[in-house]
Design a protein around this ligand. Structure first.
Ligand SMILES: Cc1cc2nc3c(=O)[nH]c(=O)nc-3n(C[C@H](O)[C@H](O)[C@H](O)COP(=O)(O)O)c2cc1C
Length: 214
């Protein structure tokens, strides 16, 4: 698989098999991810890899939160108001999913709430004192991680739903107070039999986005 193939092949997977991810594979993906660029080589990422009983405790903690209708409190805030163009694309997501995946789209919320049944989740954190430039670095790290995973037959999804209850994560993972939980990335083997995984989201046309000047 060359780089372009990997970029085109990657898409978010929302239903994983219960099969655990081999430690050597996780190690290899994590080792590749640190090759990501960062502002002045600050490498702001602080990584918490969660599997096994700890992940099950977090899943149970989240289940309890959903049952109690606890308010979500992700540490990276959503915009108070989306600009119109982005709002439109958000609204397009569900109809596109329904068109491509049919009834399997009904599992969307449940799979999100169940952490996509993933056998492993990687939380990418950074110091709260850092700025948006470092968030850029976290994004670069995340994409490198997701592309590197493909080489080992692993699929991923970055998801804000994985970060909805930081108090549960902080309790179980002992994440220090100075770190902000920016994103969670679920990783594992895709459940190819689940129709929701056949969803490939659209992309806006290149013209209108890219301005060339000569
Ligand atoms: C920062 C971020 C947060 C996301 N949060 C969620 C989420 O909470 N639940 C979900 O199902 N997908 C989530 N996604 C996946 C996006 O919906 C997905 O990346 C987008 O639709 C493009 O599709 P693709 O990743 O399959 O190419 C998130 C993606 C990013 C980058």
């Amino acid at each position: 698989m060359n780089v372009t193939e990997a970029i085109n092949w990657r898409h978010s997977i929302r239903a994983f098999l219960p099969k655990p991810v081999e430690k050597e594979k996780l190690d290899a993906v994590l080792a590749a991810s640190v090759r990501s660029p960062s502002w002045a080589n600050t490498q702001p990422w602080e990584i918490f890899v969660v599997t096994g009983d700890t992940l099950e405790r977090i899943r149970e903690g989240y289940r309890q939160k959903y049952a109690d209708k606890a308010p979500a409190a992700p540490e990276t805030p959503r915009p108070t108001e989306w600009p119109e163009a982005e709002q439109k694309r958000i609204q397009q997501l569900r109809p596109d999913m329904e068109r491509m995946c049919g009834a399997s789209v009904e599992q969307f919320a449940e799979l999100n709430q169940n952490m996509f049944c993933a056998p492993a989740v990687v939380y990418v954190c950074m110091d709260k004192a850092l700025s948006e430039w470092s968030l850029y670095d976290i994004g670069a790290y995340s994409q490198t991680f997701m592309l590197a995973a493909l080489e080992h037959g692993l699929s991923t999804i970055p998801a804000i739903t994985l970060t909805l209850y930081p108090d549960v994560l902080r309790r179980e993972l002992k994440i220090p107070d100075n770190l902000k939980i920016t994103i969670g990335i679920a990783i594992g083997y895709a459940d190819k039999g689940n129709g929701i995984n056949s969803f490939v989201s659209s992309r806006k046309p290149l013209d209108g986005t890219i301005r060339f000047f000569e």
